[in-house]
Design a protein around this ligand. Sequence first.
Ligand SMILES: Nc1ncnc2c1ncn2[C@@H]1O[C@H](COP(=O)(O)OP(=O)(O)OP(=O)(O)O)[C@@H](O)[C@H]1O
Length: 540
Amino acid sequence: MSSKKFVVRIADALFKSSLAKNYPPVYPQRIKHFEILPNEKWVIWGPGKAKFLNVLSNKYICEPPLSLTFGFLKNNSYILPRIEQVAFKGVLPTAHLSARYEFFKDDYDQTCKQFIFDKASGSNAVSYKVETNNRTINMDLYDVVIKNLRLTSLQDRWVMGLSNGQMRRARLARSILKEPDLLLIDDPFLGLDPSATTTISQFLANFESMAVSSGCPIVIGLRYQDSIPKWCTHVCCVDEEKGILFQGPIQKLQNKIDETRSWAQKELQESKINSSSKGNVSIYDLLSVHPMFGKGDHETIKMPHVIELDGLSVSYKGEAILRSLHWKVQPGSKWHIRGDNGSGKSTLLSLLTAEHPQSWNSKVIENGVPRRTGRTNYFDINSKISLSSPELHAIFLKNAGRRLNVRESVATGYWEASSNNFLPIWKSLDKNAQKIINMYLRYFNLDQIADNVLFEQLTVSDQKLVLFVRSLIKMPQILILDEAFSGMEVEPMMRCHELLEQWPGTVLVVAHVAEETPKCDHYLRLISPGDYEIGDIKEN
Ligand SMILES: Nc1ncnc2c1ncn2[C@@H]1O[C@H](COP(=O)(O)OP(=O)(O)OP(=O)(O)O)[C@@H](O)[C@H]1O
């Protein structure tokens, strides 16, 4: 064994997630050797990245017991290594979808700064806080981190109200402030706008050399399709089933990386060719159930706009988020809603779904009829709308993840009046509805696991897929896909995009990354309150 200083070392280890007899190991083969040294920056690359990051954060039982060891710890560390694993989950789970936008705060809500400190719990009903640990916060590091992660102006905001991108940055700041021995970040750039991506990438590149902190090795998890930042020194390519495929310094492995990437692209092309029909179900079967199916332009042109905003404004405590927004959405049109983190995209969508307290606004006109309290209600509005969003994902996981299997999870999409209803419904559905669900499960390769796998046992990619399928089966007039594909593997994502290309209903998409954006005809870009752009998307 080498005498080099190492941070993590794996030597001939088998990992298990349970000691129960006959429980299969995490990988069938032992991992012969893997090592991270101080000053190295690793990318764990490929479909097995999330599992391997769990291995590194000591989530499994290793066999023999000392085959996973943590060595070079900071002077002030205790015997156990301090490992911070940041999974970019987005917004905090709330009790219901509208909670994020409410003015009256939950008794236990925290400010962004308190969340980053992670030191105390308390209640807004009393003036004192109860310390949950006696960690000393390195305030010099805090100042540098919030400046670099662009959190300065958000410090005193309620954490619940932060946008997805803002919350992701806050989670990273919280982990860094714990001054770990090892920092593991899965999908570090997910859901971030391009300028935030650059800032965070630069920050991670310079983390080791910052004067205010002693730094630590950084390990990020990326998918095959993501580009590997130049500052990464080492790569470990991992398959979900087989474990490590190759590992070492990036400089030496560049050819192997390029080969793997083109192989993955080829696989994808092949699966695309074979995907127009799956398990005897064709796209036509899936779409023909939608009420707008087969309607030509001559018919849709006569229909009123599904949504019209006639000078809509939204503000929080006098601070404008949207100002005087005019927007018309034709039936069957597909829109890409663009804008930097915090520009108001989710706020706009929450107005459409009436989750936002300022939704009862006659400047929102639906199918030609202005919204008005007393005339329109939440349930009527939502009977025409379905969605998949990071907020919904967080709530679904928390409230239904352990209760509902894949079939039941998808079936809850049938609840007419709300996307927020997670009560089991499969058994009470009629034969026709069950048939539709079965078709969708089969088409998306979910039929084999439909009855024996719980939602929370799925990978993030499959959870996203289930939520996407769930959003379709009601055959909504308006389908809202807010970061619905971020974190998804390429193959299932392409399958979803293919279906959407022919989807006859109206689709509103929020996505920061071009590869995750299904084909749209128009865009609405939110720039700043009162400043926005509307245009057509030309085909390349
Ligand atoms: N309840 C609230 N109180 C105060 N500010 C809020 C509240 N809810 C949202 N905000 C702020 O409104 C702005 C718009 O948030 P929104 O979630 O709509 O942005 P977004 O464009 O969807 O961002 P992202 O791309 O990060 O998801 C953000 O600056 C956010 O912090």
